[in-house]
Design a protein around this ligand. Structure first.
Ligand SMILES: Cc1ncc(COP(=O)(O)O)c(C=O)c1O
Length: 351
């Protein structure tokens, strides 16, 4: 009953087997390995982007911060949602790697930027002069940090607003595949065809030991990204072990199957919670995360039985009347089972 995060899950045996295969013999370092050549070709194929630059890093924070730095000047603003991971959870890495870009926060329900709020902010920024931070780029997250999902048409609408101001768009896709399979579209439709310029294509939360691909649709930006990755200390020496994970994960559509399973387990949690007296869902479920509240008595029972999840917001206390609700984030992963979900759902009505 481990619903704290999808990065608490292990690594599927197919990925471990790919690592074991890559362990044989010698291979050039720093991304010059033959496996990376195949991974680059496969990701270009998946995104229907034969020219795209594809680079691997080991963390989502590095993927995001280096992608932003490649597109946004130090005097530029990155427009993102108020609860975006780049704002709340990356310890200033975007500001650090961009050399000081300012994050400008946009509101909107369920972690999705409100297009009117973005348009207003950009219209106001159109009047700035030398004394002000300039417009830099827009960054979206799919799935959002509230577990919801931008549809392709919502992404298109935000990209069109960015484009009206000549701004590039970044997509933080730490849970890209969960969003993709739930939306039922292609990777191209969710990214470059909708107007996205660069995507952090996350693998870690969906089964990898630690690999994210940064996919840049304009190859002219590739060299700058490479230099920034090296200078930022994120170019892996024994790179074949990143490449091998990615190759094993993409093989036979494993990446899609893992995300479909995680989403199905979250759907099961959601269905059970919606039948639980006193429970309430807080955001629409876009993929593998469920945000809900239920009475404290149920939290006590679940936690005593060993269930693990985060209160959301974090700063809530179990102390208080048993019937008073507390809100929580429940994340399902590729290794969550129906039994985990059902045992949890049996506990939360409380004693
Ligand atoms: C939406 C989102 N983006 C980026 C990240 C960053 O990933 P990492 O912890 O690997 O740096 C996370 C991880 O929680 C995330 O949820």
């Amino acid at each position: 009953m481990f619903f704290a995060s999808d990065n608490s899950s292990g690594v599927p045996e197919q990925v471990l087997a790919a690592l074991a295969r890559a362990n044989d013999g010698f291979a050039p370092g720093y991304g010059a390995d033959a496996i990376m050549d195949r991974v680059r070709a496969r990701i270009r194929d998946i995104f229907e982007a034969p020219e795209a630059a594809v680079h691997l890093v080991a963390t989502g924070t590095a993927a995001n911060a280096l992608a932003l730095a490649t597109f946004c000047p130090p005097w530029g603003a990155v427009y993102c949602h108020r609860i975006a991971h780049i704002e709340e959870d990356e310890c200033g890495a975007p500001e650090f790697y961009t050399g000081g870009s300012k994050l400008v926060l946009i509101d909107g329900a369920d972690g999705r930027m409100d297009p009117a709020a973005l348009a207003d902010k950009l219209a106001a920024a159109a009047r700035v002069g030398v004394h002000n931070v300039q417009k830099g780029m827009v960054s979206l997250t799919n799935l959002t940090e509230a577990g919801a999902r931008y549809s392709v048409s919502e992404i298109k609408a935000l990209c069109a607003i960015a484009r009206d101001h000549g701004l590039p768009v970044h997509l933080d896709g730490a849970r890209f595949t969960n969003a993709l399979v739930a939306e039922g579209c292609t990777p191209a439709e969710m990214t470059w065809r909708a107007g996205v310029d660069v995507v952090s294509f996350g693998g870690t939360k969906n089964g990898l030991m630690g690999v994210e691909a940064v996919v840049i649709f304009d190859p002219a930006k590739a060299w700058e990204f490479e230099l920034r990755r090296k200078r930022g200390g994120h170019l892996f020496s024994k790179h074949r072990y990143l490449s091998a994970q990615m190759e094993g994960w993409l093989e036979n559509d494993l990446w899609l199957d893992l995300a479909r399973h995680a989403n199905a387990m979250a759907a099961r949690l959601e269905a059970g919670l919606s039948r639980t007296p006193g429970a309430r869902l807080m955001h629409p479920r876009g993929g593998n995360m469920v945000f809900a509240e239920w009475p404290r008595v149920g939290h006590h029972a679940a936690q005593e039985a060993g269930a693990r999840y985060y209160f959301w917001p974090f700063d809530q206390s179990l102390d208080g009347p048993g019937e008073a609700p507390l809100s929580a984030r429940l994340v399902a992963s590729w290794s969550t089972t129906e039994d985990h979900v059902d045992r949890f759902l049996d506990l939360i009505p409380g004693r």
